[in-house]
Ligand binder design. Structure first.
Ligand code: PEP
Ligand code: MG
Length: 581
């Protein structure tokens, strides 16, 4: 049994067989195949060879065009090596005679050539070794890359373990088969983590190097509440986690049946609006089930990730998805945030940006991809008649930028009216507060928008200069940092002075440890992960605003985030013992 600790990002216990997703580094596992698999493995090898050949061919043609035939011929040589009859013969022999899987057969064959070359001991030969390694890598990438494709075709429950999962891979996970996942990389506010929680898949990220300890088919336990991953558990541990999992489901169903229809009202009568965040339209059902008061954040960029990144989804696709969500939630509000690509949410075109979080992301990209942006806005406005739509812009940094984006929106409204299309009256327009500059100028922004939503995931990242998705600095990502709390205090107070509704939709709103503090700061609207709605409601209903303000006053005297967190956790556990559900 091996136990590893990582960052808990999506609660719950999962116990299942591991599905190991490889990436670079290509850890090749030796597998002895059955007679019936021989033809398949040979087929996989030839398919990988074909794919490698095609890639080399196109590299050759491109390079010949750009730099001349002598450069292109480098790839001609690779093409020939990849197709070498001896390589064919050796790999096929290892598969048919030794019954090895294709990856292992390729690695073994190339290792033998490399060993022979080394024995010859010459500089010329050393360069050939690199050539063989290149072929090996290319073939393995095609063979093991298939593992990633197989992820989309799972037919039985698994726990996915991987170096990393991209947000789009996570968005495409089949919930019925992926019971949980654990990754070596990642941080607690990255989008992979957010998606896991939205999809209610128990998940632990940032575990560090552990893939060498797990083989596909091993039993793995994921404890998404504390961040533990257990590989090949012993009987006693397995039994303990089975019991914990049952307890988890029973607390969950108690909360569901007791709280779902109740309002989030503090004991002194203040109404709290509890909205939900969604990434994918399908999640809207779960939000309704959990009694959400509306959708406070629809991260629409995930629509682009599921429909394929090369072709942006058409206006019609957007329209149908928005209509579905609006109709489902009507008459409750749905806040569509325009696409927020870039940084960790790739949008198809790879960029060489050194600091993608500070680069061409979000609203900046919208100005660059104007046609794509206009199509999205047209779709949202057309869908507005099917419910209560609010439109929100992400990552605004300056008044000028906000005015520019509003001009685009008004222009599209005119365009649609001119075409005779119907648009709802009084659509509210809002912006995210996620860059410190907007906190500084909050009074000016308040004159220009109908509502605000605080994105603490980015606000913390930009205020404390801590990458939200990097496990090396995850300990520095502190939503309770005194500097962050002062910014929150300022924006909530000023928004209130201007009569502008303000919500908080970053991950901080989904953690019940922060709920009292946020109410104390004056927040009356939360937008959280659907899986957290009931836990947050439980806190709202169990406290008075006075208790929350008292806590805030104590916390504001502390100057170290560790002390603040200890205080918040203690207050939460003292006030909300599990048995008081
Ligand atoms: C945030 O930054 O807090 C936020 C809600 O937006 P996202 O997580 O999608 O960047
Ligand atoms: Mg953000």
């Amino acid at each position: 049994m091996i136990r590893k600790d990582g960052i808990p990002v999506s609660g719950g216990i999962a116990i299942c067989e591991a599905f190991v997703l490889e990436m670079e580094g290509f850890r090749v596992t030796k597998r002895v195949i059955g007679d019936e698999e021989v033809a398949t493995e040979i087929g996989r090898f030839h398919a990988a060879q074909g794919a490698a050949r095609r890639e080399y061919e196109s590299n050759r043609d491109n390079l010949s065009r750009e730099l001349g035939a002598e450069f292109g011929n480098i790839f001609q040589a690779y093409m020939m090596l990849a197709d070498d009859p001896r390589l064919n013969r050796d790999v096929e022999r290892f598969i048919t005679e030794n019954r090895y899987n294709a990856e292992y057969a390729v690695s073994l064959s190339i290792n033998e050539y490399v060993k022979t070359l080394h024995r010859l001991n010459s500089n010329y030969i050393a360069a050939r070794v690199d050539d063989f390694r290149e072929i090996e890598k290319r073939l393995l990438r095609h063979l093991l890359g298939g593992t990633r494709e197989r992820l989309a075709n799972l037919t039985k429950p698994v726990i996915v373990v991987a170096p990393d999962l991209t947000p789009s891979e996570t968005a495409n996970l089949k919930r019925e088969f992926v019971f949980g996942f654990a990754t070596e990389h990642g941080g607690k506010s990255g989008h992979t983590a957010i998606l896991a929680s939205g999809l209610e898949i128990p998940a632990v990220v940032g575990v560090g190097s552990f893939l060498q300890d797990v083989v596909g088919g091993d039993i793995v336990i994921i404890d998404g509440d504390v961040g533990t991953v257990i590989i090949r558990p012993d009987e006693e541990t397995l039994e303990a986690y089975r019991r914990k999992s049952e307890l988890y489901s029973s607390v969950h169903s108690q909360l569901q049946s007791y709280l779902v229809d109740k309002e989030a009202i503090t004991t002194d009568g203040y109404q709290i609006q509890l909205n939900a965040n969604i990434e994918l339209p399908d999640e809207v059902e779960i939000c309704k089930k959990r009694g959400a008061d509306g959708i406070g954040l629809f991260r629409t960029e995930f629509l682009y990730m599921t429909t394929g990144l090369e072709n942006f989804p058409s206006e019609e696709i957007h329209f149908n998805e928005y209509k579905r969500v609006l109709e489902c939630m009507s008459p409750k509000p749905v806040t569509i945030r325009t696409f927020d690509f870039g940084s960790d949410k790739a949008y198809g075109q790879s960029t060489d940006e050194r600091n993608p979080a500070l680069g061409l992301r979000s609203i900046r990209l919208a100005f660059k991809l104007m046609d794509v942006f206009r199509a999205q806005l047209r779709a949202a406005l057309r869908a507005s008649i099917y419910g209560k739509l609010r439109i929100m812009f992400p990552m605004i940094t300056s008044i000028f930028e906000l005015r520019q984006v509003k001009m685009v929106l008004y222009d599209i409204m005119e365009e649609l009216k001119y075409e005779g299309q119907k648009i709802a009256d009084g659509i509210e327009i809002g912006m995210m507060i996620e860059v410190p500059s907007t906190c500084v100028l909050i009074d000016q922004f308040a004159k220009e928008v109908d509502f605000f939503s605080i994105g603490t995931n980015d606000l913390v990242q930009y205020t404390l200069a801590v990458d939200r998705d990097n496990r090396e600095v995850t300990h520095l990502f502190r939503s309770e940092d005194p500097a962050v709390l002062r910014l929150l205090q300022r924006v909530i107070t000023v928004a209130d002075q201007y009569g502008r509704p303000i919500s908080l939709c970053g991950q901080m709103s989904s953690d019940p440890v922060y709920t009292m503090l946020l109410i104390g700061l004056g927040l009356r609207e939360f937008s959280c992960m659907p899986s957290s709605l009931l836990k947050i409601k439980r806190v709202c209903r169990g406290v008075s605003t006075k208790q929350c303000v008292d806590l805030l006053n104590e916390v504001m005297k502390l100057d170290h985030s560790n002390d603040i967190l200890i205080k918040l956790k203690k207050t939460y556990t003292d006030t909300f013992l599990l048995d008081r559900v």
